[in-house]
Design a protein around this ligand. Structure first.
Ligand code: NDP
Ligand code: 8X3
Length: 251
């Protein structure tokens, strides 16, 4: 039986991944700050299947303590799903909050790199896998995406760089790059405004956390000789628009 460590399992894509991997017969270590949600998942999935690890990914001491306390059955990680992350705000750069920018970088980049560095020796020993949640925002800039898009571009390029460094180890690395997925993502982005999130997704028929979870599980369950490098996916109703043009004298 294999073990997966999923960061951000209290909501959305990570929560969907916890259920999907558990249903497929994996042992799941699910992390997040909201202990009650992890407890509920543990009750639902059972102690043989799910182990809750409560910590803030930006707190390395708390993370290390939680990982050191993993029960023997859950201690050997075969797959790391680097999912915890967030966007804060969608203001243009010149109006953005610097503290929010730093929180996104600390969470989406620094914590992800640090956890990957910690888990990598074990993944190499077990010829495991890393699946990173990047975003379409890594590739397609949009107004207000500034630092969030920058963090997700880092995640994608870090995943590809890892692929290169890990040549010959058997470790697989994938960057998953979704478009609009209706989770708590847009509520968080808008400071807890559920109505703003509802209107963002209204009529779109967006992807769901479970859609992405099934994709992550598929990637992690492929035969050992197959590596999905990058995987971009969107709801059918989301697609591309042209460039914007600012005309002088019309501002
Ligand atoms: P949610 O807001 O529903 O879930 C985010 C998860 O990240 C939660 O479990 C949250 O746990 C965890 N998290 C955030 N900050 C921290 C922290 N400091 N420490 C520990 N855990 C943290 O969003 P999604 O499920 O949509 O997002 C998951 C990933 O997918 C993110 O990386 C996001 O950028 C990416 N993504 C999302 C898309 C979307 O449209 N929704 C599209 C493309 C990519 P808790 O609050 O309990 O700590
Ligand atoms: C977020 C994707 O399309 O909502 O990563 O900006 S989108």
């Amino acid at each position: 039986m294999k073990t997966v460590l999923i960061t951000g399992a209290t909501s959305g894509i990570g929560e969907g991944c916890a259920r999907a991997f558990a249903a497929a017969g994996w042992r799941v270590v699910g992390t997040g700050r909201r202990a009650e949600r992890l407890r509920a998942l543990a009750d639902e999935l059972g102690p043989q299947r799910f182990h809750p690890a409560v910590f803030d990914v930006t707190d390395e001491a708390a993370r290390d303590a939680a990982l050191a306390a993993l029960p023997g059955d859950f201690a050997d990680i075969d797959c790391l799903v680097n999912n915890a992350g967030l966007a804060l705000g969608a203001a243009p750069a010149q109006k953005a909050d610097l503290a929010s920018w730093k929180t996104m970088i600390d969470t989406n980049v620094v914590a992800l790199v640090s956890l990957t560095h910690k888990v990598l020796p074990g993944l190499i020993a077990r010829r495991g896998a890393v699946v990173m949640l990047s975003s379409v925002a890594a590739t397609y800039p949009y107004a207000g995406g500034n630092v969030y898009g920058g963090t997700k571009a880092f995640v994608r390029q870090f995943a590809l760089g890892l692929r290169s460094d890990l040549a010959g180890t058997g470790v697989r690395v994938t960057s998953i790059e979704p478009g609009m997925v209706e989770t708590e993502f847009t509520v968080v982005r808008n400071g807890g405004d559920q109505a703003a999130s509802d209107s963002f997704y209204a009529g779109v028929n967006p992807l769901t956390g479970d859609d992405i979870a099934q994709t992550v599980l598929w990637v992690a369950s492929l035969p050992a000789h197959m590596n999905i490098n990058t995987l971009e996916l969107m709801p059918v109703n989301q697609s591309f628009a042209g460039f914007q043009v600012a005309r002088e004298g019309q501002r």
